[in-house]
Design a protein around this ligand. Sequence first.
Ligand SMILES: [Fe+2]
Length: 141
Amino acid sequence: MEEAVYKVIEIVGSSKTSVEDAVQNAINKTGKTVRNIRWFEVAGTRGYIEDGRIAYWQVHVKIGFHVDQQMQEENRKETGSENKSNLDEPVKYRCLVCGYVYDPSKGDPTAGIKEGTSFEDLPDDWRCPECGVGKDQFERM
Ligand SMILES: [Fe+2]
């Protein structure tokens, strides 16, 4: 099972009409530069008063977005539109200790791992063929 990782940014949205509108404004602005926004949390609310009336609302919002998907979006931009179909290809993993790269399209013949075997499907006792560390020492590329 893949565990989701989120990055959180903080932003202050404002609105003359309501707190909800201020939050929506913050999300709209953030959405122009950040993809895969998944949730928000109101960290604080305040308002400005002019002549005894609420002039506008300011809402301090924490916005969370999915990191892995953000990375995939960036990869898509880097590789260009002609490679869009490659997004479904199995992900490579790199050994943090020695830099060996596990490529699912090649497998690991030294350990009898067939080509087409995803990193997730490698046996738990599989070891880096170069330096011998376990799967927990690998990072997604
Ligand atoms: Fe290694």
